[in-house]
Design a protein around this ligand. Structure first.
Ligand code: DGY
Length: 322
């Protein structure tokens, strides 16, 4: 049987599929395998099932050896993988789009509502024994209904967030290089979106073009009442510029599920701010969705081992089809 290395415990639904067809080793640690350990473990394997916490680069591919036939990532984002290096070696890279769309949009929406209505601050206030009376001027948030939502990136997840916005009677703007046929959403330049949106939600992949695409010049354009939501990748936002904008009250609030670096350092000044809501990269973290992701990652991997085209390939040019 071909040998496969899985870099962390994954839901049984996916693991069982792999174990039917391969000799599987699962890294048992709570933390990801360190790079040198991963290089040692991957030697001689035909398949690697990776997570966003693993760096897949030339050094790792060299350590694996020429028998490595597939890298399958249990995530939609593959910015931790050197796709060109994999393609150059003829290795298809699997990923898991689609199955996590609605779940990730749910979390973006939860963060948007939490930030707008100060849910986390309210919770802290009550638990710390400060709730003395009803106060007509206290803990005033922002209306979500009727406000303008700006989606930066309008792929599957951005469009799923927009569908939720329509249920709240919001005007929806989106910015990305190409227009899509979308119900009641207006394609605008990024600068227009940043100027006009009350809530700005990020849904672009991380790549050299999108790294720090939200920085000081972009915060300068935003409303003072704007809320920024990031469930995509931390490095899309320049963290120093974000701190400066939040600290100066240049925007009202940020709600982040992803940071740069990840996890956020405990001495990050961002964590001192009351106008930041933060969760630990859990956009796709539901029982059902993690099962679906594990199964799809296993299916991608097994297809490649069988010499078939994988259902979801992040570097389709490997098949000669650009
Ligand atoms: C993804 O799929 O890219 C998420 O960030 C991890 O689930």
């Amino acid at each position: 049987m071909p040998r496969v290395f899985v870099t962390r415990k994954i839901p049984a639904a996916g693991l069982l599929r792999l174990q039917d067809a391969a000799a599987v080793t699962v890294w048992p640690g709570e933390m990801p395998p360190p790079a040198e350990v991963l290089r040692a473990q991957i030697a001689g394997c035909s398949g690697l099932l990776s997570l966003v916490t693993d760096r897949v680069d030339d050094a790792l591919l060299d350590a694996a050896g020429s028998q490595l036939r597939v890298v399958s990532q249990m995530a939609v984002g593959v910015d931790n993988i050197d796709l060109d290096a994999c393609t150059a070696r003829g290795i298809p890279v699997g990923h898991t789009p689609g199955v996590l769309t609605e779940t990730t949009a749910d979390l973006a929406w939860a963060l948007l509502l939490a930030a707008a209505r100060r849910v986390v601050a309210g919770e802290r206030f009550v638990r710390s024994g400060n709730w003395k009376t009803f106060d007509p001027t206290f803990m005033l948030g922002l209306d979500v209904h009727g406000a303008t939502l700006g989606c930066v990136g309008f792929g599957r997840i951005g469009q799923a967030v927009a569908r939720r916005a329509h249920g709240f009677g919001m005007r929806v703007l989106y910015a990305q290089h190409r227009a899509v046929a979308a119900r009641a959403a207006q394609h605008v330049p990024l600068a227009t979106l940043l100027r006009e949106s009350d809530f700005i939600t990020l849904h672009t992949p991380l790549n050299p073009q999108t790294r720090h695409m939200i920085g000081a010049p972009q915060f300068d354009l935003m409303k003072r009442s704007a809320v920024l939501i990031n469930t995509a990748r931390g490095a899309i936002v320049d963290p120093q510029a974000l701190y400066a904008a939040l600290h100066a009250g240049q925007i009202a609030h940020a709600a982040l599920d992803v940071t740069d670096p990840e996890p956020i350092l405990m001495d990050s000044p961002l964590l001192q701010l009351d106008n930041l809501t933060i969760t630990p990269h859990v956009g796709s973290a539901t029982l059902q969705t993690r099962d679906r992701m594990a199964v799809l990652a296993a299916e991608n991997l097994l297809a490649a081992l069988a010499g078939a085209r994988m259902p979801h390939c992040a570097n389709p040019q490997v098949y000669g089809t650009v």
